[in-house]
Every structure is written in C-alpha cells, then in structure tokens.
Design a protein around this ligand. Structure first.
Ligand SMILES: *Cc1c(COP(=O)(O)O)cnc(C)c1O
Length: 396
C-alpha cells in the first residue's frame, strides 16, 4: 500500500528515544534523560513579545512563500555581521526550520546516481534525507584520534565522478567537533577541483566554548562561497525549536529551486514565527551568552565525569550541547551476565536497569559511543552521571 519511498523510511531515532523516555516518565519512573536535542531554556522575552504583537496586530496571513523581505534582510545582516558574507535577497530562503531548508536543498540538488559525502559521526537525518532525494549517501568515517577532521586521504578515497556534494556540520551534532581552517581549505579546494557542492550546516555557530571562533567555509574564498549553501536557523541559538524557522544562503538558482519546492509544499513559514525571528536576529544577543555560561558548566562537568571512568575517553566539545563519550572498551563486557555487544545494547541496559536515557552512537554512524545532550538541568546531569558510573563499575 505504501510507496517504496515511505516504506523504507525510519522515524528519527532521537525523537523515538525521547518518546520512550517520556513514556517511562509517565509511568512514574524517575528517568535521567539525555535524549533531548533542544535547549532547555525558554525563548527570551523580547522574542516572545514580538510574536504576541504580531498576533495582536493581525499579522496572521500568508507571507511570500520563501519568507518575508524584512526577515531576509535580518538574515543578510547576520551573515554580514557574523561571517563577513554578503548575500542578496534572492540568495536567501526562510524555511519551516533548518531541517526543512536542508530537505528542500536535497530535493533541489540531488537525484538518482548522485553520491553525497557524509562524514561520520553525522546528524541522524542526513542519510535518510539524501536517500529520499534518490541519491546515495557515502559515509566517510572520521576518528576521535584525528580530532574528527576530514583528511586528504579520505577525500581521495571517496570522491568519484558521481560526487555531487559534501555535508559539513560544525560545530557538530553529535560530537561538538569543528573543522580546522586547514581542513576547510582542503575540502573547499577539492570541491572546486572536482566540481561538487558544499552543504554547510552551521546551526550551532553561536553555541561555542572557550573563545572558539566559528569560521564559515563560505567566507574563506570566493570559489568556496559560489558552491556552498549555508544552512542555519534560530532553533538552537535562541531556544526556539518549536517556532520552526530556519534559513539558507547560497547560489541564486539553487535558492530559487528550493523556493519553488517550498511554494508547492508548505508555502511560507508561520508569519508569527517570522516576526519573532526578526526580533531574535536584530535584537540584543546577550541571551546567548547567558545560555552559554550554563552550558559550559554542564559540559565541563560531564567531560570530566566521563574521563574519570576507567576505559572511557571523551572529546571536549568546542560547540553545541552534546558529549560523545567512547565506550568501545565496554562492548565485550557483561552486566549480570547480559552481554553489552553494541552501543544499542549498552543504551538498553542503561535505560532498563539504571533508568538513564542516552542515544547509541550507531545512530550517528559510530559504534561503541554514546551521545548525551546536556540541554537538561545540572541536577539530572549529576544523577545520570552517577548512574552511568555505577553501571560501568558493575560491568565485567
Ligand atoms: C537541530 C539541528 C538542525 C535543525 O533544527 P531545526 O529545528 O529544524 O531548525 C539541523 N542540523 C543539525 C545538525 C541539528 O542538530
């Protein structure tokens, strides 16, 4: 009955784990949940007020399908201010979330026979979204040992005549890793030489730690800019996941194709949310700094905690709000005779026996690791880490 396309599609595993977590909580079980992929802070007041004003002022009708000009201008300002990038209105699209921009982009650019390079660990939605467009994801495994960089050897190995694009996400979900300037230069150089596009998902640009300064690959060279589509949004920066506003900047003809798809599917993103996003981008930015102080405390606590567990290593994230500890040494162990075997096996033991919800690394293309979001209270983080330490100590 279902189309081949729909039948082969799995629901997002991170959303599925959040659902399982909520179901157990509803049964009265005290779960320490690390599944959430969204800030636990409330949307700042001045942003909410802009939305309320929009409702009261009757700004409740259709806008242009690809977004209001005023919001496009705020996005243009953002790219100029933060990245030194100059765009025109016809090089910008506003979508119903960053995910929607990516979806429209993949539908516009990818098709049968195309290969799309995706460095692992990757955001869970990239491979299925590439497949939905009919193209083939080509996974390039990066390693903790190499600081999760893309190397020249990898590019040489995976680029073919069919390579249509590479998807970069920095700071990354699930690791919080970033690319060195030299790595970005290398990727840009290969993209220009082999004529493929760069999808640059920079949604965590503003959530960075310890003076790390984000540099967009599009800003490094005109040749890179001309083949890069920067995908971004307000969800993570301003704690606005539910508002559903994302945006993308890139070559005019690609943005036009994305707008056409959008105009035949969702039409415009919510008018009220667009007004709120104008306030977010043009308004005071200190709300981000406040959120970062709290995120950094939690990050440091978790990294130190995981590093104190015998046999576990943990990358110290430069950005985003996840840690990705390496539990490979536990794959051969058992808990009360029950073999761990895989990251999914470990996740099940942690949830069922220790009431702690984490996401298995395999969902991000990396076996042996776990992903924990620290977009949750310090109290839950302390409780959850204690439980994981106890579990680790009881695994033989
Ligand atoms: C959260 C996220 C997005 C998009 O989120 P939206 O809420 O759709 O804007 C895109 N990429 C990555 C890597 C993310 O973690």
């Amino acid at each position: 009955m279902l189309s081949k396309r729909a039948a082969s599609l799995k629901p997002s595993p991170t959303l599925a784990i959040s659902a399982k977590e909520k179901a157990l909580k509803a049964q009265g079980i005290d779960i320490a949940g690390f599944g959430a992929g969204e800030p636990d802070f409330d949307t700042p007041e001045h942003i909410k007020k802009a939305a309320i004003d929009a409702i009261n002022g009757g700004f409740t009708k259709y806008t242009p399908a690809a977004g209001m000009e005023q919001l496009k201008d705020a996005v243009i300002e953002k790219f100029k201010r933060d990245n030194g990038l100059e765009y025109k209105r016809d090089e910008i699209i506003i979508s119903c979330g960053g995910k929607h921009s990516l979806f429209n982009l993949f539908q516009s650019l990818f098709g049968e026979g195309d290969e799309v390079l995706i460095p692992a660990p990757y955001w869970v939605s990239y491979p299925p979204m590439v497949e939905l467009a009919g193209a083939t994801p080509v996974i390039m495994d990066t390693s903790e040992k190499e600081d999760y960089q893309i190397t020249e050897a990898m590019l040489r190995k995976y680029i073919t005549l069919r390579t249509k694009a590479i998807i970069l996400n920095y700071p990354s979900n699930p690791v919080g890793s970033v690319y060195y300037r030299e790595s970005l230069e290398l990727i840009g150089k290969y993209a220009a030489e082999h004529n493929f596009f760069i999808v640059s998902d920079e949604i965590y640009e503003k959530l960075v730690y310890d003076d790390y300064k984000h540099v967009s690959i599009a800003s490094m060279d005109k040749a890179f800019r001309d083949r890069t589509i920067v995908c971004h949004g307000v969800s993570k920066t301003y704690a606005m996941t539910g508002w559903r506003i994302g945006f993308a900047a890139g070559p005019k003809d690609i943005i036009q194709a994305m707008s056409n798809i959008q105009s035949q599917s969702t039409s415009n993103p919510t008018s009220i949310s667009q007004m709120a996003s104008i306030a977010a981008l043009n308004g005071p930015q200190d709300c981000i700094a406040d959120m970062l102080v709290e995120f950094k405390k939690r990050k440091d606590f978790l990294v130190e905690g995981f590093r104190s567990i015998d046999g576990v290593t943990c990358y110290d994230p430069r950005g985003a709000f996840y840690v990705f500890p390496n539990f490979s040494a536990f794959m051969k162990k058992r808990y009360k005779g029950r073999p761990v075997k895989t990251s999914a096996g470990l996740t099940e033991i942690l949830l069922e026996e220790f009431h702690t919800a984490v996401v298995p690394g395999i969902e991000f293309g990396k076996e042996g690791y776990l992903r924990l979001s620290f977009a949750t209270s310090m109290e839950i983080i302390q409780k959850g880490l204690d439980r994981i330490k106890k579990a680790a100590a009881e695994m033989k």
